[in-house]
Design a protein around this ligand. Structure first.
Ligand code: AMP
Length: 476
């Protein structure tokens, strides 16, 4: 999972990209980068760390130009090495190109072998560089960007939302199943492409719409063009974006994440009511669910765990010991709210089970009498190959355990995960619109011999449906 941004606007874009990346920081904390184009030259800066650590005003002032792209990285492919940070910048036949990617390819090994057999070299071990290779390979033959993106959509298998800048023209495209999110917004004098609508909000822009699966948009000095390159008979929006990854205030593919989560909370109460003194969230990821449970049940919402705001996501820590210590620093119980109380504890998901076990232990130490755990996702049973860092089946606590066994391990008084039906219902979509691979073990594309649901994808050959897109705000 990563966050991507592309902006074209008059008067310089580096500060706007910085604030947009700030709004997307939750999507990746390993590195941050910005590349801008000033009409002749590319300006770039990227480094390890959070957005606020990587950039200062001097750096941002040096990133000149009215068009640029940005990236925050959460690694799924490629190690934490400077050459793997994005945007990925290069020159091909005098074309100055910069590219940033959110997603994960599943045929990267095969593609890399093919390119290497043809004598090509690689500078990174990311799948993003493969996207760049496919693009330039096609540009070499046809010189046409639309053809190059068409080729990407034919040969890349996996998830990819991409922002790309070629000689100052901004492009954005999304894989034919729309696995990773990307939307478009209007800024004062231009447009923004971003992983989540919260980046548009951060700039005071107007959210226009989601980029469609299989769509390519192109933004230049004439305005914006949209081309539908591929059309599939289904979609596969990542369910985990709604469960955990996206910010609650984001609108993703037509659904406000906050509403999805509160609806799930209400449904958790319908599926597993319990008598208790309070409903408590695991902040912040459990909060909208807990509020929904409280609404549905009438049990008061009481904060009983306080989060240290200056602590990052514990999941990112690499060892189990580090993660366990981090959970203790991150969340502190309010003893006065817990002593002798029966509490409904609500969180978004259980993955390895470390967090829940540790939190329940802390709450019991603080005097809680009963802890009824309610979870906003069904049991996570299978790994994600499409961009979420979901561990192997062996590490997933629910992969081969029944709910009762998981309850025993995390030491909850009772445990209930939302049903898949209720989860899908809460998104307002139907199951053919979502990728639920981590829950069902059935993926929207063939991966490593795993079970999959075949999709039919039509490619629009020859001339593309190119039109100036009307966005209903007077702009063309
Ligand atoms: P655990 O069960 O200890 O592995 O941790 C699960 C918690 O980590 C969940 O409640 C989420 O809040 C968070 N989480 C789940 N999946 C991820 C992920 N892929 N990356 C970062 N955090 C995650």
């Amino acid at each position: 999972m990563c966050g991507i941004v592309g902006i074209r606007d008059a008067g310089g874009v580096s500060f706007s990209i910085y604030y947009a990346l700030y709004a997307l920081q939750h999507r990746g904390q390993e590195s941050a980068g910005i590349a801008t184009f000033d009409g002749a030259r590319l300006h770039k800066h990227k480094a390890q760390g959070l957005v606020a650590e990587v950039f200062d005003s001097t750096t941002l002032e040096s990133l000149k130009g009215d068009v640029g792209i940005g990236h925050v990285r959460y690694p799924t492919t490629g190690e934490n090495r400077p050459e793997n940070y994005q945007p990925f910048n290069f020159v091909f036949r005098d074309n100055i190109i910069s590219l940033a990617h959110n997603g994960n390819l599943v045929n990267d090994r095969t593609l890399r072998d093919e390119f290497e057999c043809g004598g090509q070299i690689f500078c990174t071990n990311t799948d993003t560089e493969l996207i760049a290779k496919v693009i330039t390979d096609e540009m070499r033959d046809s010189g046409c960007i639309e053809d190059a993106v068409h080729r990407c959509m034919r040969v890349l298998k996996g998830s990819y939302s991409v922002v790309m800048m070629i000689n100052g023209v901004l492009y954005g495209f999304r894989d034919p199943l729309g696995i990773k999110p990307m939307c478009i917004g209007k800024t004062e004098n231009g447009y923004i492409l971003a992983s989540e609508s919260v980046a548009v909000d951060a700039l005071g822009g107007k959210f226009l719409r989601d980029i469609l699966p299989g769509e390519l948009v192109c933004i230049d000095e004439h305005g914006i063009k949209s081309m539908q390159i591929a059309r599939a008979n289904r979609r596969a929006h990542c369910i985990f974006e709604y469960i955990y990854f996206a910010r609650a205030d984001a609108v993703l593919d037509g659904a406000l994440v906050y509403d999805v989560r509160t609806r799930i909370g209400e449904k958790l109460h319908e599926e597993a009511p319990v008598k208790a003194d309070s409903v408590c969230t695991v902040p912040d990821s459990g909060t909208a669910y807990a509020i929904g449970y409280s609404h549905g049940s009438g049990i008061p919402f009481v904060e009983s765990l306080l989060k240290n705001r200056y602590m990052g996501r514990t999941f990112i820590m690499s060892t189990q010991k580090e993660r366990e210590r981090a959970v203790r620093i991150k969340l502190n119980p309010i003893r006065e709210h817990l002593k002798d109380k029966s509490v409904v504890l609500v969180d978004d998901s259980i993955v390895r089970g470390t967090t829940s076990r540790r939190i329940i232990g802390t709450m019991r130490d603080a005097g809680a009498r009963e802890i009824h755990m309610r979870i906003g996702s069904p049991p996570i049973k299978a790994p994600c190959y499409l961009g979420v860092d979901m561990p192997t089946r062996e590490e997933l606590i629910a992969s081969n355990r029944e709910e009762e066994e998981v309850r025993r391990r995390i030491t909850a008084t009772s445990l209930h995960h939302i049903s898949l039906e209720a989860l899908i219902d809460a998104t307002g979509m139907d199951s053919e619109c979502l990728c639920t691979g981590c829950i069902t073990g059935r993926y929207p594309i063939p991966i490593n011999g795993e079970e999959f649901i075949p999709a039919k994808i039509d490619f629009l050959d020859g001339t593309y449906q190119t039109k100036l897109e009307k966005f209903g705000d007077g702009s063309e």
